[in-house]
Ligand binder design. Structure first.
Ligand code: ZN
Length: 80
C-alpha cells in the first residue's frame, strides 16, 4: 500500500453520491478510475473513505482520531 499523489476522475458522479479523490494506490475505488480519466489534485472534493481507512492503517492515526474529516460536523472545541 502506497500513498500516491492525489487524483480524481474527470467524470463527476451522476448518481448523487459525493465526488471524491484518492491518494492510495491500494484503493479499489481509485483503481477503477481509468488512467486516461485521472487528473492530479483533489478538485476540491472529499477524500475517498477507502483511501482514508488505508491511510489510517498506514499511519496508525486511528488511535487518536477515528472520524474522517467529512464526518466531523461539530468538532469538539477546546476553548472554554
Ligand atoms: Zn480511494
Amino acid at each position: 500500500m502506497t500513498r500516491v499523489p492525489e487524483f480524481h476522475t474527470i467524470f463527476p458522479r451522476t448518481d448523487g453520491a459525493q465526488n471524491i479523490y484518492h491518494d492510495q494506490s491500494a484503493c479499489l475505488v481509485g483503481k477503477s478510475v481509468k488512467p486516461e480519466h485521472r487528473r492530479y489534485g483533489s478538485a476540491g472534493w472529499a477524500k475517498c473513505q477507502t483511501c482514508h481507512e488505508i491511510d489510517v492503517k498506514l499511519t496508525g492515526a486511528a488511535c487518536s482520531e477515528r472520524r474522517a474529516p467529512w464526518q466531523v460536523a461539530n468538532p469538539i472545541s477546546t476553548e472554554r
